[in-house]
Design a protein around this ligand. Structure first.
Ligand code: UD1
Length: 424
């Protein structure tokens, strides 16, 4: 296991370019199997989650290769419709192959993904919706944890999601693209990554209306065609670096930032005292004073404040001049950082899905553990803002979503490096 060592305390100054979007790349990689041919995906981040999705493609008999940040996928031949238990355990997003393989081959076997550190994460909305599209489901294996779905014809239908689940919306769209008739999704997720999946599919020949809204209509087509597509930049990576400036202070330029997708984050950072200016080429963010507290910050589905930015804002509010409250509305247990930040001198009390944070003047460097991807990134920025040396263990979690968080933060003037646990 690797760690990240941070020497903190200085203000930030510099510029960095924001990598391609992880959460847009993952469903689109699953979607490539809907076309019998070649997909070129540009600006694709070289991160562990993307590598896992490519491993699944290879398990299915597809070919994938890289040229710099361009991923080339050849899905002409699919030799298997089974996604192994190991793949699903490594990464929950492999569940998106459920809809994609059904669309392509009318059959799929995939292991049931368990809960994870941030919550139970059931897939009942995925399964119920797909079942209503004339798809049979059975649960196989000793523990009945292999989902086998099959059909002779996927039929479009009306689907009402109880909650605007990102993954369920994407899985239904993937199932519907090559279905017979029209599928209408009510209460669809409006996250930019759902819109981006739709944009990709439309450029490959799919017929989709209502992209980016809570009502999406997919009219099935006979086939898709080859496509060359460029992914947008990652809004959560951009938000993470904005939070780093808010916590440590300074002034930086973020290039290729997807500003249109960051309204809720910009609003919060603006209210706690950061100054943010945007033009066509970059975002300039400058934070000259200690952050102001934020009364009640609630995570919500898009366009609300993203749960994937909650940990990073918790780091910032630990340093605010007063008391803030964070309410986590999306996942049941996404406060793993409370105990880690306390090791650094933070004052936080937590009950159920609410954390009350009394800001302190300084955080102190400490040895902490990255329990998940965003929590880990939030600890690195806590280290950047803290006085002294911080070691963030479990850095592999961070590599799931950040191409090179050390490279990027060092371009912004921080002192951060990967190191093996053995030499600590
Ligand atoms: C996606 C994102 C993740 C982000 C999350 C919420 C990817 C790869 N991941 O995850 O980074 O944090 O959206 O914005 O894009 N739920 C059910 N039943 C279901 C499906 C979901 O109860 O069938 C619940 C979940 O447990 C959770 C909530 O709905 O409490 C939201 O989950 P969902 O929007 O589906 O998140 P993911 O697609 O897993």
């Amino acid at each position: 296991m690797s760690s990240i060592k941070v020497i903190g305390g200085g203000r930030l100054k510099g510029e960095t370019k924001i990598q391609g979007s992880k959460n847009a790349a993952l469903p689109i990689i699953a979607a490539t199997v809907l076309n019998k041919g070649i997909t070129i995906l540009r600006n694709c981040p070289r991160i562990l989650d993307v590598f896992h999705m490519i491993d699944v493609l290879k398990e299915l008999g597809c070919i994938a290769s890289w040229e710099s940040n361009t991923l080339i996928v050849d899905t002409t031949d699919i030799t298997s419709t089974k996604v192994s238990e190991g793949s699903v355990q490594k990464m929950r997003s492999s569940i998106l192959f459920l809809g994609a393989l059904l669309g392509r081959n009318h059959e799929v076997s995939i292991a049931y993904p368990g809960g994870c550190l941030i919550g139970k994460r059931p897939i009942d909305y995925h399964l119920d919706s797909i079942k209503s599209m004339n798809v049979s489901q059975e649960f196989l294996g000793d523990d009945k944890d292999i989902i086998h779905c099959y059909t002779d014809k996927i039929m479009g239908t009306d689907i009402f999601l109880k909650f605007p689940s990102v993954g369920a919306t994407q899985n239904v769209i993937l199932t519907a693209v090559l279905a017979e008739g029209v599928t209408r999704i009510f209460n669809a997720a409006r996250e930019p990554e759902v819109l981006e999946l739709c944009n990709f599919l439309v450029s490959a020949g799919a017929r989709i209306c209502g992209k980016g809204t809570a009502f999406i209509e997919v009219e099935g087509v006979g086939r898709l065609h080859d496509v060359d597509y460029t992914l947008s930049a990652d809004r959560i990576v951009a938000g993470t670096y904005m939070a780093a400036i808010a916590a440590a202070g300074g002034e930086v330029l973020l290039l290729d930032t997807p500003t249109g997708q960051l309204d809720s984050v910009i609003r919060v950072l603006d209210r706690i005292g950061c100054s943010i200016r945007i033009n066509d080429e970059y975002m300039r963010i400058s934070c000259k004073r200690r952050p102001l507290p934020y009364d009640i910050l609630k995570t919500q589905p898009y366009p609300g404040f993203p749960t994937d930015m909650q940990s990073q804002l918790m780091t910032v509010l630990c340093l605010a001049d007063g008391k803030s409250t964070i309410v986590e509305e999306i996942f049941e247990s996404r406060f793993q950082n409370v105990s880690e930040l306390k090791k650094m001198g933070a004052m936080i009390s937590e009950s159920d899905n609410k954390a009350v944070i009394s800001g302190v003047m300084h955080l102190e460097g400490a040895q902490v553990m990255a329990h998940d991807l965003r929590a880990g990134a939030a600890l690195v920025i806590a280290g950047v803002a803290a006085q002294g040396e911080t070691i963030v263990r479990g850095a592999t979690s961070i590599e799931r979503g950040y191409e090179d968080i050390c490279r990027d933060l060092n371009s912004l003037g921080a002192n951060v490096r990967y190191c093996s646990d053995n030499i600590l």
